[in-house]
Design a protein around this ligand. Structure first.
Ligand SMILES: Nc1ncnc2c1ncn2[C@@H]1O[C@H](COP(=O)(O)OP(=O)(O)OP(=O)(O)O)[C@@H](O)[C@H]1O
Ligand SMILES: [Mg+2]
Length: 344
């Protein structure tokens, strides 16, 4: 659906040259939810703005939408391009002096559709985002989540094939974020719309994306299936992202602070990380029974990514030392990454 080839974007500010995007190539398939993640300033917004040519990429870059090289299109065709690609933003960008219904009607005005049909269509869209009862409210009378629903309805007015979401949930609380993500997921599966999600929130990617690109300093540093990227990150930036979002990364700190862990001789302080599908909590009790060890779990963090568990457990193992080794080997065989962070 979207193919970006060698996209760069350079800004000139006086003498300064800023390479916001640096030679990025990627492909987004029809009907998928694709995530672009990176720390602030990584170039995510600039990259997606190149998709609908809100930014023109530097020479040599090519943007193909549904097989068409739109970088060759003249400026007068850009409205057509942008009506096929909806976009939503962190701060909703609604027109404050128009009601929810009028905001959704606005993009329909250009299309030569009879007025009554426009109205009907706008109401259908508000129904789709479950906001029918708020059609006469002004943006200031709506909550953040409701405003984003209006913005989504408006973005869908022209029946786009692609929806670009630039930090669409960053201004929302976790519950509302979850609701908006579920709505996006529903639109993706019911309407088959291809969705590109830009975010610095790892959970957004975990919850709804099937593939993800990680950006840093304008470059694409890692790309792949979400499960693969989270379970086996290849790039340092990706690892930093993941460890910032999970308490499991605090284990090193615990191990290095004197007096936090009171390990008895023979005990081991371990972190078990699930790195492949098919692992789950019962493994620990299975190992405990089988090798007569005990695992005192200090904390755990397990998430489901595309239906498979990902995450891990941190705790103290005690038992006979040979049996502890056997238990750890057993877990390694079951696809668990075992790290011994301290020995008693
Ligand atoms: N119009 C512009 N003129 C000059 N520099 C710009 C312009 N737009 C973006 N930049 C610079 O390009 C770089 C990438 O910006 P961009 O907004 O794409 O990052 P981002 O990954 O979306 O960040 P955030 O997570 O904070 O939204 C930044 O260094 C930014 O200052
Ligand atoms: Mg941005």
């Amino acid at each position: 659906m979207i193919r970006l080839s060698h996209i760069s974007k350079t800004y000139h500010r006086g003498k300064d040259v800023i390479k916001a995007v640096d030679d990025v190539s990627l492909e987004i398939k029809d009907g998928e939810i694709y995530g672009v993640i990176g720390f602030s300033g990584a170039g995510k917004s600039t990259l997606v703005r190149c998709i609908n040519l809100l930014e023109r990429p530097d020479k040599g870059g090519k943007v193909e939408i549904d097989g068409e090289d739109v970088t060759l299109w003249p400026d007068r065709k850009l409205r057509e391009l942008r009506s096929g690609i909806g976009m939503i933003f962190q701060h909703f960008s609604l027109m404050p002096s128009r009601t929810a219904l009028e905001n959704v009607l606005y993009p329909l005005r250009w299309r030569g559709i009879p007025k009554p049909r426009q109205l009907e269509r706008a109401r259908e869209l508000l129904k789709l985002v479950e906001l029918s009862d708020r059609e006469n409210n002004y943006p200031r009378e709506l909550s953040g989540g409701q405003k984003q629903r209006v913005a989504i309805a408006r973005a869908l007015a022209n029946e786009p094939k692609v929806l670009l979401c630039d930090e669409a949930t960053s201004a929302l609380d976790p519950t509302t974020t979850g609701e908006i993500l579920q709505l996006l997921k529903k639109l993706n599966s019911d309407l088959g719309i291809t969705i590109v999600v830009i975010t610095h929130q790892l959970n957004v990617v975990k919850d709804i994306c099937s593939r993800v690109a990680v950006m840093e300093h304008g470059k694409l540093v890692e790309e792949g299936d979400v499960f693969r990227v989270f379970s086996n990150p290849r790039n340092e930036v990706t690892r930093r992202f993941i460890s910032a979002a999970t308490p499991l990364s605090k284990a090193e700190q615990m191990a290095s602070l004197p007096g936090v862990l009171h390990l008895q001789p023979g005990e081991k302080f371990v972190r078990l990380t699930y790195t492949g599908p098919g692992v789950s909590e019962p493994l620990i009790s299975a190992a405990s029974n089988r090798f007569m060890i005990t695992m005192n779990i200090l904390f755990a963090d397990v998430d489901l990514v595309e239906g498979a568990p990902i995450g891990g457990t941190v705790g103290i193992i005690s038992g006979e030392s040979a049996r502890i080794e056997e238990a750890l080997d057993y877990m390694r065989q079951k696809n668990v990454k075992v790290e011994v962070l301290a020995n008693g």
